[in-house]
Design a protein around this ligand. Structure first.
Ligand SMILES: [Zn+2]
Length: 395
């Protein structure tokens, strides 16, 4: 995120993330002059984004007036589009959920019917929270397929027929605000980071039907040149039993063709286990079924060999596992840890933390909200809001 050192949005960012709580702390943190900081803080207060509240500790003289981010200055819509269901939430500007609703959908029905349903649900949550479309500052949408982030258009999404090149932001035109759409793994990765301000480097690995990776650098999503960074599902791996499996992409022995949810289900059925869905297999493993445990642990080892390379290359603070297969928990983690700690360089692996998401069902909505909030509070829009309100107040 580009925040020139003492711009209005940089000052707002410091208060939002708790780095500064007063004008004096903003001056100390940014090195800007008292006049500059005071003028911009006044603009942010006039724009309703900052508010004054209470007094801090005095270090001699008058105690400083404390500054607070006004997270109720507006709201955002957060949309977590899945293959079989959608969750829509309205949150305040600190990503606190004010109302949320979920509904079954079939993503393969195409953008028309699915986005009409999203629009209906958005109306419901706004009404429940006592808000109107005019209160919505931004919309964030997580999509189960690749998206060109700059335009919000899916690009040949394999499990979303009819969605290629469809402008998702157009469905939210009546809110007259910025709309951000990204693939669900990047959005979940943002959700795992929680509220802005983290400077950690994190890999968020979603193991569902496919396998994807959200890359967080210094607390921000890294998307790469075309937005496809982290598409690790088609990295070539060696299957544990030496066979050859053709992936849906046409190549042989891709990671997701060996260790994704679909692959696990295929192998479970071939092994005679009484399951019809990946979820049932994961539940069987959770209940201690020996063959199911073995399949999940093998998948963990295969995923772990790829993660070991990523750890050597990227040296993250943390890896967070999410998605349906990650719900298997310990047997999957055991396989992953065995491969990662066995193959990663000691310096990269020494302090590395590998965990399963605490709130996998929430991270999609939370991430979509955070994506919208970060977009809304970026350099240009904060500058516009601050400048607009100071014009009004000097008129
Ligand atoms: Zn493939």
């Amino acid at each position: 995120m580009a925040h020139p050192s003492a711009s209005a949005s940089a000052l707002l960012h410091h208060v939002r993330t708790g780095r500064a709580r007063s004008r004096a702390e903003l001056i100390a943190l940014t090195g800007a002059s008292r006049n500059t900081v005071s003028a911009r803080v006044d603009q942010l207060i006039a724009a309703n984004l900052l508010e004054e509240g209470g007094r801090g500790w005095s270090t001699g003289g008058r105690p400083p007036t404390l500054l607070r981010f006004n997270s109720r200055a507006g709201c955002v819509l957060a949309v977590d589009l899945g293959v079989t269901s959608v969750d829509v939430a309205v949150t305040d500007l600190s990503a606190e959920i004010l109302a949320t609703v979920g509904h079954p959908i079939d993503i393969a029905e195409g953008p028309g019917p699915v986005l009409a349903e999203v629009d209906r649900l958005a109306g419901l949550v706004l009404a429940e929270a006592g808000l109107t479309p005019a209160d919505v500052c931004a919309v964030g949408v997580g999509v189960p397929g690749p998206v060109e982030f700059s335009t919000g258009r899916p690009v040949h999404p394999p499990i979303m027929p009819g969605w290629h090149d469809h402008p998702i932001p157009a469905a939210f035109a009546r809110y007259d605000c910025p709309v951000y759409a990204d693939n669900d793994v990047n959005v979940m990765a943002l959700g795992e980071m929680g509220i802005a301000g983290s400077v950690e480097d994190v890999l968020v690995i979603k193991v569902g039907t496919g396998i994807g990776c959200g890359i967080i650098v210094d607390g921000q999503v890294y998307r790469g040149a075309q937005g496809s960074a982290g598409d690790i599902g088609h990295i070539s791996v060696t299957p544990p039993d030496g066979r050859t499996v053709v992936c849906r992409c046409g190549n042989e022995n891709c990671l997701e063709a060996i260790a994704g949810g679909g692959a696990l289900l295929r192998d479970a059925i071939a092994a005679g286990l009484p399951v019809t869905t990946t979820r049932e297999l994961v539940q069987l493993a959770a209940h201690g079924d020996g063959r199911a445990l073995e399949l999940v642990r093998d998948a963990g080892r295969t995923i772990g060999t790829v993660l070991a390379s990523l750890v050597n290359f990227f040296n993250p603070h943390r890896i967070v596992m999410t998605g349906g297969v990650a719900q298997a928990g310990n047997p999957l983690l055991a396989g992953i840890r065995e491969a990662v700690y066995g193959r990663s360089l000691p310096l990269a692996a020494r302090a590395l933390d590998i965990t399963v998401s605490d709130a996998p069902d929430l991270s999609g909505r939370l991430g979509a909200a955070l994506m919208a909030i970060e977009g809304y509070l970026d350099e240009d829009s904060v500058h516009r809001a601050a400048a607009g309100s100071s014009d009004a107040s000097t008129r």
